[in-house]
Design a protein around this ligand. Structure first.
Ligand code: DAT
Ligand code: MG
Length: 149
């Protein structure tokens, strides 16, 4: 089973979308294995978004992601990394398919509500960046027999 890092960004928290976003992943059948409300430090933000350092939007991105509480999560399930990206929709919400999270709740690229890891490598890196080993739980869900064949 794969794990991915998902984060409700400060705009999503302020707009009251935490429950809605968690609900979408729950209803899809994925398993929540880590969860915390936190305010990201500048240092963590710059490391997390390190691949974008030097781009024109980097400073604004770091300012935005550190501007208020975020909800950091780890979700587990079959092909959850790519599936979460599909559920999120395109980076620019105006280009995101209707029905996706960004395509339902967003307009501007700098206020796109949610972050999700884009590959197994980034999932591993981001999970380790935000969570200690003991903050991630392994447990059985009886419902899984009705979700997986
Ligand atoms: P994603 O969040 O879909 O993985 P990304 O990794 O390319 O997208 O960029 C990280 C975040 O940076 C993105 O969610 C919003 C912001 N961003 C990306 N491209 C941008 C741009 N051209 N202008 C402003 N912000 C941008
Ligand atoms: Mg990205």
């Amino acid at each position: 089973m794969e794990r991915t890092f998902i984060m409700v960004k400060p705009d999503g928290v302020q707009r009251g979308l935490v429950g809605e976003i968690i609900s979408r992943f729950e209803k899809r059948g994925f398993k929540l294995v880590g969860l915390k409300l936190m305010q990201i430090s500048r240092e963590l933000a710059e490391t997390h978004y390190g691949e974008h350092k030097g781009k024109p939007f980097f400073e604004g991105l770091v300012n935005f992601i550190t501007s208020g509480p975020v909800v950091a999560m780890v979700w587990e399930g079959k092909e959850v990394i790519a599936t979460a990206r599909e559920m999120m929709g395109a980076t620019n919400p105006l280009k995101a398919q209707p029905g996706t999270i960004r395509g339902t709740y967003g307009i501007d690229v700098g206020r796109n509500v949610i972050h999700g890891s884009d590959s197994p490598e980034s999932a591993q890196r981001e999970i380790a960046l935000f969570f200690k080993e003991e903050e991630l739980l392994s447990y059985d869900k009886t419902l899984d027999t009705w979700i997986y064949e």
